[in-house]
Write a protein that binds this ligand. Structure first.
Ligand SMILES: [Mg+2]
Length: 710
């Protein structure tokens, strides 16, 4: 059976609109008959297409294989296979027509009508009319029987599919190895900036266009095809256009074999400049900090890992601004970003080309010093601290933020992560000093660091995640127990965990300097809360707010201003605020502290000495500092009714002499309360009267009786 040329149809009956008839009209009757007989007698599927890839004739095997039950004659591959495959076939057809040469063993994988997949090889030969012009092609398809070969062919065919698909949009080329000449498609010529010609270009022309170096690289890349060590290769040519701009051309190549040896290389060529630029941009983004353009954590880690892999000596500096969060919170993120840019610029000026500055995130920076020059690394650390100890001018304000630096030297076999951790431990040690300084990692630091480091990380996260809350403990008048005010107390509610007792974290916040950030928030939040209470509950007007301010916070020059601004912003009177400082606060940095306290008192804020009596220099504190109130420590109150009586009485007498008022802390029994009232202690605070409570419970305390002013 033949399909496409019905027995009753005369091939001569050609009309202009019928492609099938038009095709046959180009061939003599004898030529026609021979072709049809050949195809129909073939034991394998075969077909004829015209120059437009329209099916002119197909044999029975072809129809059977397709399993569509009807002849595709007059149609194209698009009518019988999916579009993707049709495009591949079309590309192959065009190749045969344009080259006017056979395409042998073109491999494709097809689904049979029963759903199984089979590999076929197809050969396509040009059909010439009696004048020798190519008018179409004859194709024969053979099933590949060997399953292993199928797998092999599958791989090859995938490569060829890719090649054929590319050929439709990109340039194709054919390199005749014997003649050392290249035939280029018009698109391919265009990509090389060469005129499209009918013949071939000698390789030397291409070599000159690419430049000797690039040309040598291309030949190197193609080598595995000659050797037979690869079936296909890909290579990107860096090509300089005539106008001097750079472009990248993606080359895919495969070898054509005749009797086992590669005689020609064929392939496609595509302009991949945009892809390449996009990839380079993404690569830069992935390893670059968005804000500062510095290397990011990823890139630093890559370099550290390279040092570890090559066993290179290096030093790592971990740097962290001391109060960045306060700046960010109080001046806004834009100001914070400008601060970071200034910091980055100042640090960049310090390093040389062989050193790497990275921003690890937030206000964390790192400097990698390659080689074993410890002195250089430590000098850099000191220089960084000095460079950042100058104010940064933002929106007309001089903003101060010092930096701490931890240095770790890679001495032996430390991994990248270990080195970063060592630098971090040294940094935390530096920050524990609470001021701008440098620490060099020692193994002894590491021994104690595990627990501390974990706590430090959790607390830093707590600051960022706003896991802190304020509770308020009432301070009562001793005469009748009306509430005079509240003391704001810090509570930590870790996300997803139980509240942590202040004992676990307060000292730690102080030691690490984190108290500066947290304390700043405490001041803001407590003043805001009191302002809100007063606005909503008139009976709370005049309520005092006691704020615990750490000695570390006084090292920050903006503390006084921050507090006074918070008072003003929330419509409070400075006399409502009591700043509680501990005795230890007094023994260090006395002059800074004195200045700050004087300034606060001048504004109307009152100062209390907290935990009075437990320090070494209790009495002198009262003489040396501008103080308004004394808070008698819980440990004395506890001992009332025993040897405490005498001590507390002494404190009360001294306070009276110095015209200071007293608040007794830790009042837990009726007897203690009665004793304190009887002996003239003005205020009492403790569980007997009220525990610390969340803010929403506070206003109810004032509804019973309005307190008198203290
Ligand atoms: Mg206190």
């Amino acid at each position: 059976m033949s399909v496409g040329l019905p027995d009753d149809r005369e091939p001569e009956a050609a009309t202009g609109s019928d492609p099938v008839a038009a095709f046959w009209a180009r061939l003599s009757p004898g030529h026609r008959r021979t072709l049809i007989d050949q195809i129909d007698l073939l034991p394998t599927s075969a077909f004829i297409k015209d120059r437009n890839s329209v099916f002119i004739h197909v044999n029975k095997e072809f129809v059977d294989r397709l399993g569509v039950g009807r002849s595709p004659v007059g149609g194209t591959d698009e009518d019988v296979v999916d579009d993707e495959l049709a495009a591949v076939y079309l590309a192959a057809d065009l190749e045969v027509m344009e080259r006017e040469k056979p395409l042998v063993d073109f491999v494709d994988i097809q689904q049979r009508s029963d759903g199984t997949t089979t590999a076929f090889t197809t050969s396509k030969l040009p059909i010439r009319d009696d004048n020798g012009d190519v008018i179409g092609l004859l194709a024969m398809t053979t099933e590949v029987p060997d399953p292993e070969r199928i797998a092999d062919e599958l791989r090859t065919s995938e490569q060829r599919y890719a090649l054929a698909a590319r050929a439709s949009r990109d340039g194709i080329w054919d390199f005749d190895l014997a003649k050392r000449s290249l035939t280029l498609s018009p698109r391919c010529s265009q990509l090389f900036g060469l005129p499209a010609i009918a013949g071939s270009y000698p390789w030397d022309v291409l070599r000159r266009r690419m430049g000797d170096d690039e040309a040598a690289k291309v030949l190197d890349a193609l080598k595995p095809l000659h050797d037979g060590t690869a079936d296909s290769v890909e290579h990107v040519i860096h090509f300089r256009r005539v106008d001097g701009t750079s472009s990248w051309l993606g080359l895919v190549a495969t070898g054509l074999r005749v009797e086992g040896s590669v005689i020609r290389l064929v392939g496609s060529l595509a302009d991949v400049t945009e892809e390449r630029q996009r990839a380079a941009h993404l690569e830069r983004q992935a390893s670059q900090d968005d804000l500062t353009g510095l290397a990011n954590r990823r890139r630093l880690m890559e370099h550290l890992e390279a040092c570890a892999a090559d066993d290179t000596l290096c030093s790592l500096l971990a740097l962290d601004l001391d109060h960045f969060k306060v700046i960010n919170d109080s001046l806004g993120h834009q100001a914070g970003d400008r601060m970071l840019l200034t910091v980055a610029a100042r640090l960049e000026r310090l390093i040389d080309d062989s050193e790497m500055l990275a921003r690890l995130g937030g206000d964390e920076f790192a400097i990698l010093v390659q080689g074993g020059d410890h002195a250089r690394a430590e000098w850099l650390a000191e220089a960084a601290v000095a460079a950042l100890d100058r104010p940064v001018r933002i929106d007309g304000l001089d903003v101060y933020s010092t930096a701490s630096v931890g240095v770790a030297h890679r001495r032996g076999t430390e991994s990248a992560t270990e080195l970063l951790r060592s630098a971090d431990i040294a940094l935390y040690d530096a920050k524990a000093e609470g001021k701008a300084c440098v620490r060099v990692y020692t193994p002894q630091m590491g021994e104690h660091a595990d627990h501390e480091l974990e706590l430090q990380i959790r607390l830093r996260r707590a600051v960022a995640n706003h896991e802190f809350r304020l509770h308020y403990q009432p301070i009562h008048h001793s005469n009748g127990h009306g509430v005079a005010g509240v003391e704001a107390l810090l509570r930590w509610y870790p996300e997803g965990g139980d509240p942590e007792p202040p004992a676990t974290f307060l000292a730690y916040l102080e030691r690490t300097g984190l108290i500066i950030d947290v304390g700043h928030w405490v001041i803001d939040e407590a003043c805001r809360q009191l302002g809100e209470w007063v606005a909503q509950h008139p009976e709370m007007r005049g309520t005092h707010l006691a704020l615990n301010i750490s000695r570390v916070q006084f090292r920050r020059r903006e503390l006084v201003q921050d507090l006074l601004m918070a008072i003003q912003r929330n419509g409070l009177d400075p006399s409502q605020i009591i700043v509680e400082i501990t005795e230890t606060a007094v023994s260090e940095d006395a002059s800074l502290l004195l200045d700050a306290l004087d300034e606060l008192r001048a504004a109307g804020v009152r100062i209390a000495v907290d935990d009075f009596g437990v320090g070494q220099s209790s009495l002198s504190v009262l003489y040396d500092l501008p103080v308004d109130l004394v808070k008698i420590d819980k440990s004395f109150t506890e001992r009332l009714g025993g040897d405490g009586d005498l001590l507390v009485d002494a404190i009360l007498r001294i306070a009276e002499t110095l015209e200071l008022e007293c608040i007794a802390e830790g009042v837990e029994t009726v007897e203690q309360d009665a004793w304190l009232r009887a002996n003239g202690c003005r205020y009492v605070q403790g569980w007997l009267l009220a525990k610390a409570m969340p803010p929403e419970q506070v206003p109810s305390l004032f509804q019973v009786a309005r307190p008198q002013a203290a």
